[in-house]
Design a protein around this ligand. Sequence first.
Ligand code: HEM
Ligand code: HEM
Ligand SMILES: [Fe+2]
Length: 462
Amino acid sequence: MRYKSQSVAYWYFAVAMVLFGLQLVFGLLSAAKYLGPDPLLYILPFDVTKVIHTNLLIVWVLCGFMGGTYWLIPDESRSELHSTKLAYIQLVLWTIMGVTAIIGYLFRYGTGNKLLEQPLPHKIVIVICMLIFLYNIGMTIRKSGRFTTTEGVLLLGLLSSAVLFLPALLHYENYTVSIYYRWWTIHLWVEGVWMMIMGAFLAYLLIRLSGADREVMEKWLYVIVGLVFIAGILGTAHHYYWVGVPAYWLPLGGFFSALEPAALVGMAMMAYGAIRRSGLAHPNALALHWTVGSALFAMFGAGLLGLAHTFPSINKWTHGTLITAMHGHAAFYGAYAMIILAMISYALPQMCPSRPDKGTSLGYWAFWMQMAGMFGMTLSFATAGIGQVYLERVMGMGYLDAQLKIQVHFLMLIATASLFATGVGLYIYDFFRFRPVFDQAVEPAAPGADPADNREPVRGSV
Ligand code: HEM
Ligand code: HEM
Ligand SMILES: [Fe+2]
């Protein structure tokens, strides 16, 4: 940790870790309900556990993005943060917003718009937090006078995420109109502007972990941003197939969303290129596992499994089934959960001096158990989904009858999810077991064996 103010990131990561753990509790509860009978039916029905599961995901991932950004910006701009006080106020507001929203859902207080269920007062707090955040980051960069391409892409992603949240503040009585605009936030977040955040984190980590050339990494970033714009925006139409809008959205959605995996392949190639050119010699091999793992898992979960059901001719069978859950889990985890875990794994040894640079063996167990667990969960959802589509949509069996037939896949889901949750539990334990020390600067470990590696960029400066 070169800059003292980077320590705020620790507390963002800590909150994210706790909420991640809680998210899984509600995931397991949701999965258990598929096996029935449900003793909690009248206290915590499926819709409540699922909304808490997915909302905790959004809250912790955004908290991780904010923490990651507060860590990255001082390093890139070579300056302390503009205001740590503002950063802490923002974190407190964010946490209160997240926790009270979850408590509200227990009492059915929410707007019912999937993934954007937060009541209006909570949404307003989200906007306030984003404004504080962007102001703080913007001022830091302005005062430092140093603005790299990596920061530019990150800022573009964060700024657009805030702007794209605005449609979520509006309420429409008409369901078609409501769902039409919902995707402006949800789709354009996960398949658009968040990819820029991921790309920027990836570039930052690869430059530092593999000593890869900044110029090359940042060229890749331009390619990724370009691809996201070309494919991601009109790709929104892959959610418009069956919502009651004109039929021309079908070919548009099919064509442009089929191009979307290109950006994810781009990120995997960026990681591969970095490794090939500069090797894997950085002492923090655990952070490298998460970084490269994220690029690959995202290509699999988002790119490949997204493509698997994005054409209208396939989506007409799979829409809204467990096939969607299969892709949703692998994509969200690979792209966004893993890149945050990579950022944490990179930053942590610099904040906790007693933590070994190369990571702990618990850390590696956590990594591999999560990999195996999430892969197994993806397969469980996939096999359940294929059965569901065939029985329900092709054979015309009733929804509940089909669910009974595919119950065995939920046993597999719970088994693999337990493995996954154990991996996450280990990660969280490993996170908290070393005490952070913020009053001394800990130099980051050098990438590779060569001290002349390109860690101190000159290009992209203003
Ligand atoms: C212990 C691990 C987990 C279990 C048992 C679990 C289980 C579930 C279940 C049963 C659902 C409801 C599916 C349905 O609507 O039928 C769900 C939804 C969802 N979960 Fe998880 N989950 C886990 C971890 C995660 C993780 C780590 C992520 C992301 C990083 C995630 C993201 C999602 C998303 C995005 C949805 C909504 C998908 C959709 O609506 O199609 N879950 N989860
Ligand atoms: C990191 C990137 C991605 C993430 C996190 C992600 C996540 C998700 C989630 C959570 C859903 C369920 C949304 C809901 O029903 O509310 C979804 C749906 C969908 N995704 Fe993705 N996705 C990503 C990338 C992609 C890509 C690249 C494609 C296409 C190539 C794709 C194709 C689809 C399709 C077609 C659906 C709709 C499924 C249905 O009709 O039920 N996704 N995605
Ligand atoms: Fe989408």
